[in-house]
Design a protein around this ligand. Structure first.
Ligand SMILES: Cc1cc2nc3c(=O)[nH]c(=O)nc-3n(C[C@H](O)[C@H](O)[C@H](O)COP(=O)(O)OP(=O)(O)OC[C@H]3O[C@@H](n4cnc5c(N)ncnc54)[C@H](O)[C@@H]3O)c2cc1C
Length: 324
């Protein structure tokens, strides 16, 4: 294999995030003749996660285990990743465009004085050049970018580049690397995570999002039920969050999360431009709104003009019947 591409993996509660597997597929798009080298950081045994990366297509995985890597800090993770990059001299580096990816990768790029293409949703080859497509102006346009010098370094948006199928017959080496991590200026004492059930919103394949039309926190309950039968997650407009119907961690849009699920169901959401910024690149959009003039219908593939309190129970029953 001529080239080596590092894929920096990310896990939550000991389970690798899907975007890690998508990043492996992205590395193979950058170069099909490449050795994909997974990189996993943490403070405890990472062998099972490393094996998962191999099942999803990594040829080799380097694990760095250190007590200072128990929680993410850009300083600690940065030192560990830079040390791996120094050893491996990769042709490329890929990571998910997640909260950690957005924080870590610019710091690495600046330390190495190399370019970085962030939030790529598509990778194509044009002759020898690797062309990355990324949304700009809140998803209203797309730009194509190439890196002309140095390491091909990119973050990829979750849910856009399909991962390879998991294949337990794939094999590869797992190497443990020891790294000296200098004293950190920021030490995480404790992480208190907000309780969230089920599927992670930013990686969900189906999102059921509620707006001010849902009218109350109780009104969100049927949305949770619909999300559950569809195996998806619940999101919200800022209108619903401001009205205290749900937590701000559910907010989708310009000042919330950006999601690109296979199916986005907008329920009682008017379709303000700031909301569209977070969901208009979803693959299929269904809008349920009682106002036929609502702007959300301009981006929807399917529209239901009706009262959400009548439509949602019907949808839940239909989906349950289909699954029975
Ligand atoms: C700087 C800035 C940043 C912002 N960032 C974001 C952001 O990140 N995300 C975001 O979402 N917004 C954001 N906003 C706010 C945005 O402009 C809108 O105010 C907000 O999206 C509106 O939320 P909504 O669609 O839930 O409410 P509304 O606009 O009030 O729409 C409610 C909809 O529900 C429908 N409805 C009512 N009852 C029913 C019923 N029974 N059945 C069916 N439909 C019904 C109505 O017809 C209406 O279309 C931002 C605004 C600013 C200025």
């Amino acid at each position: 294999m001529s080239e080596k591409i590092l894929v920096i993996g990310e896990s939550r509660d000991g389970v690798l995030r899907n975007v890690t597997f998508e990043a492996i597929a992205a590395a193979k798009k950058i170069s099909s003749d490449t050795e994909v080298v997974g990189v996993l950081l943490g403070s405890e045994n990472l062998a099972d996660q490393a094996q998962e990366m191999i099942y999803y297509g990594a040829n080799r995985v380097i694990t760095v285990i250190h007590e200072k890597l128990a929680s993410y800090t850009s300083e600690g993770y940065g030192q560990a990743v830079l040390s791996v990059i120094e050893d491996e001299s990769p042709y490329g580096i890929v990571m998910g465009h997640t909260a950690i990816g957005k924080d870590l990768t610019p710091k690495i790029a600046s330390k190495l004085e190399i370019g970085l293409i962030s939030d790529a949703i598509e990778i194509n080859l044009d002759g020898d050049q690797v062309v990355f497509t990324r949304p700009i102006y809140s998803g209203k346009a797309f730009e194509k970018k190439v890196i002309t010098d140095g390491i091909v370094f990119a973050t990829i948006r979750p849910n856009n580049i399909p991962s390879l199928d998991r294949d337990e017959s794939r094999s590869g080496e797992i190497q443990e690397k020891s790294v000296d991590i200098a004293d950190l200026r920021t030490v995480i004492k404790e992480v208190l995570r907000k309780a969230t059930d089920g599927v992670d919103l930013s990686e969900a394949k189906v999102v059921v999002a509620g707006g001010r039309g849902v009218k109350s926190a109780d009104g969100f309950k049927p949305l949770y039920e619909l999300a559950e039968v569809l195996g998806g997650a619940v999101g919200a407009s800022r209108g619903a969050c401001d009205a205290d119907y749900c937590d701000y961690s559910l907010q989708i849009g310009q000042t919330g999360k950006v999601v690109t699920p296979d199916l986005y169901i907008a329920v009682g959401i008017s379709g303000a431009i700031q909301h569209l910024a977070g969901m208009s690149n979803s693959k299929v959009i269904v809008a349920i709104n009682k106002d036929p003039e609502a702007n959300i219908f301009n981006v929807a593939d399917y529209g239901i003009v009706g009262d959400l309190f009548e439509v949602i129970p019907m949808l839940i029953e239909e989906v349950k019947a289909l699954k029975a």
